[in-house]
Design a binder for this molecule. Structure first.
Ligand code: SAM
Length: 269
């Protein structure tokens, strides 16, 4: 039982994003959602006391677990130190280099959800089953024309198909966090629209959502330096007017790409 592990090692948590998942049924459902095959390598970010790690090791060929807290690393070594199936990495997930992996399954440290998600999008993997704060998960899976649609939603849609698969109550954790949680399934794939220059496209999306209430026309003119177009005042007339008269929250990801591609091509001329 997860409670027994916490008690045995005298771990209380509650700081540094340490809210341990104690609901055994939810732990099992998360592992089931990952559909782990015996040859697969699973990455776990923030392994804590190993409650999820243990279940991942039952199914996977190999588990790579990253944990920053030295006290929890000691617990993990004590529990699983003699097992070849596990590679323990003691370090900050944002600083360590990820070895290659097939799937990532984690109850993430919520305060760095965004940084971790963007880091994951730079890697090649088949599937992510990730626990986030509920509001973050809503933004991750949001579609255009909704209040949660954001820079994160456009990025996430560009890299993967994302869906919320479980909503998790506070009581599933010890100690209970102040916020609700949700598990998101992330299925990386190539976008079904063309992007001429990925960095240019992503920077454009970031700049647009930096002025969320403004029409695209205004943020494009204001960001002409970042976009590298000196004659923006003239060039803007060549962009589709029906798109630049919208606010960023009303543009589909492929429409951001359409605008970014036109500007990138003009910049190259
Ligand atoms: N996997 C455990 C579970 O499900 O109960 C623990 C999850 S807890 C929400 C997040 C874990 O991430 C904690 O164990 C915390 O120490 C660890 N953590 C926080 N920041 C981290 C970082 N920058 N790098 C690696 N681990 C981190």
């Amino acid at each position: 039982m997860v409670y027994d592990i916490l008690r045995k090692y005298g771990i209380r948590g509650g700081y540094h994003d340490q809210h341990f998942l104690i609901d055994e049924r939810i732990l099992d459902r998360i592992v089931d959602a990952a559909d782990i095959k015996p040859h697969e390598t699973i990455l776990e970010i923030g392994a804590g006391i190993g409650n999820l790690t243990e279940r991942l090791m039952e199914k996977a060929g190999h588990v790579i677990a990253i944990e920053r807290d030295p006290e929890l690393i000691d617990v993990l070594i004590d529990r699983f130190g003699n097992l070849d199936k596990l590679t323990l990495i003691h370090g900050d997930v944002l600083k360590v280099e990820f070895p290659s992996f097939d799937k990532v399954v984690s109850n993430l440290p919520y305060s760095i959800s965004s940084e971790i998600t963007f880091k994951l999008f730079k890697h090649d993997f088949k599937l992510g089953i990730l626990m986030y704060q509920y509001e973050f998960a809503q933004r991750l899976v949001a579609h255009a024309n909704s209040k949660d649609y954001s820079r994160l939603s456009v990025n996430a849609h560009y890299f993967a198909d994302n869906s919320m698969i479980m909503k998790i109550p506070r009581g599933a954790f010890s100690p209970p966090p102040e916020v609700l949680s949700a598990v998101v399934e992330i299925k990386p794939r190539h976008a079904d629209f063309e992007v001429l220059d990925e960095k240019y496209f992503l920077d454009f999306v970031t700049a647009a959502f930096g002025q969320r209430r403004k029409k695209m026309r205004n943020s494009i003119i204001r960001n002409k330096q970042l976009l590298g177009i000196d004659d923006m005042k003239e060039f803007i007339h060549e962009l589709p007017q029906e798109l630049i008269d919208k606010r960023p929250e009303n543009l589909e990801p492929e429409q951001f790409a359409q605008l970014a591609n036109m500007m990138f091509r003009h910049k190259q001329e």
